[in-house]
Design a protein around this ligand. Structure first.
Ligand SMILES: Cc1cc2nc3c(=O)[nH]c(=O)nc-3n(C[C@H](O)[C@H](O)[C@H](O)COP(=O)(O)OP(=O)(O)OC[C@H]3O[C@@H](n4cnc5c(N)ncnc54)[C@H](O)[C@@H]3O)c2cc1C
Length: 325
């Protein structure tokens, strides 16, 4: 690990000003510490956000729920408003990582963490994500890799928060040297075909300052389910978040997102279309789940994930249907 300087700004303005070239942001530091140890980043300066005032609030406002990027996963999971209005987010936060990690890991850092692909994380493999010419998961150890959109890079996006927040229609508020902008989370993640070396569209010297969740429409409900290899803490083999809006017992609008399936959180539009206008029941949920994995192109060792996703999508649709208020 290289030597770096450490700054503790107390305002957003100071934090943005401290982000000179060669500086990196630190929130909870869980992924940051691994990236440093693995030699994936070599910053000259770490800008610690934890003393920046106002970034750790959860606030109900007239335009929805405002969540500060420093809110920990443990707080998201335990917050009564989030449990009541945005069940998918509370459940995703409660199932991620371990209790110790959830107490420190922040929602902003979770969205921006780098993929856990073992070839990417290993200094010995200069894969496409690191400027090399190939994806080592193709023809390699790929049991945990992507089954969708995996041609250029087969790493899966690691963020459970991204899976849930995308299904819930979140917006980001971002501050940088030229001021503030907002960006829908839909479109924030960058597919390998656009730029294989990054996973999101956050600019240099930009900081996520807020995550905004619109008030859920009446007659809507959400759910999140995760399947790991074991029941204790584990990364997901498959995770799914669903938001359903119902009218007169039929699905008016569905948002279905698959995590751990593709290099960016995967919005299963074919499944959404299959469900829209239908009465939600076992048969329509099953048909939508089949549509969700229609385009899957599993690698040598991960075809089992297709079957798991099909089951988890069906169960999450039915769980969201049961959560409609
Ligand atoms: C054993 C283990 C199991 C895990 N299991 C899961 C799991 O099941 N599901 C899951 O989703 N995650 C899992 N994780 C990942 C963990 O949740 C993330 O590493 C953590 O949430 C990152 O948050 P952080 O606050 O520590 O971010 P940091 O490590 O501080 O930062 C992560 C990245 O975000 C950037 N950043 C942070 N905040 C901001 C901001 N506000 N604006 C701009 N840039 C910012 C940093 O520069 C850095 O690049 C696991 C991790 C471990 C070690």
């Amino acid at each position: 690990m290289n030597r770096f300087s450490w700054v503790n700004p107390s305002s957003i303005e100071d934090a943005v000003a401290a982000l000179e070239p060669g500086a990196s942001i630190k929130a909870g530091g869980i992924d940051m510490m691994d990236l440093l140890k693995e030699g994936l980043i070599v910053p000259q300066r770490l800008v610690n956000l934890r003393a920046v005032e106002g970034l750790d609030q959860i606030e109900e406002t007239s335009d929805g729920l405002h969540i500060g990027p420093l809110v920990t996963l443990a707080r998201l999971a335990a917050d009564p408003t989030i449990q009541k209005l945005h069940r998918a987010l509370a459940d995703a936060a409660s199932r991620a990582a371990t209790p110790q990690i959830r107490n420190v890991a922040t929602v902003g850092g979770n969205l921006l963490q780098r993929p856990r692909c073992w070839y990417f994380r290993n200094e010995a493999f200069v894969c496409r994500k690191k400027g090399g010419g190939r994806c080592y998961a193709h023809g390699g150890e790929n049991a945990y890799h992507a089954i969708l959109d995996n041609q250029l890079c087969a790493a899966v996006h690691p963020s459970a928060m991204a899976t849930a927040l995308l299904a819930l229609g979140a917006q980001l508020e971002i501050r940088g040297p030229v001021g503030q902008r907002s960006a829908p989370l839909e479109g924030f993640f960058v597919a390998p075909e656009v730029d294989v070396m990054r996973e999101n569209a956050l600019g240099d010297r930009e900081i996520i300052t807020k995550i905004i969740l619109p008030e859920p429409p009446s007659g809507s409900g959400s759910a999140y389910l995760k399947q790991g290899e074991k029941e204790s803490f584990d990364w997901p083999l498959a995770e799914v978040a669903v938001m359903l809006e119902r009218e007169a017992n039929r699905c008016k609008r569905a948002s279905i997102v698959l995590g751990a399936a593709a290099p960016v959180p995967f919005r299963a539009k074919a499944a959404e279309d299959a469900l829209t206008g239908k009465v939600v029941d076992e048969a329509t949920a099953r048909a939508a789940a089949r549509a969700a994995v229609q385009g899957a192109k599993p690698l040598e060792q991960n075809a089992y994930k297709v079957t798991i996703f099909e089951a988890i999508v069906r169960r999450t649709i039915l769980a969201a249907h049961g959560n409609v208020k």
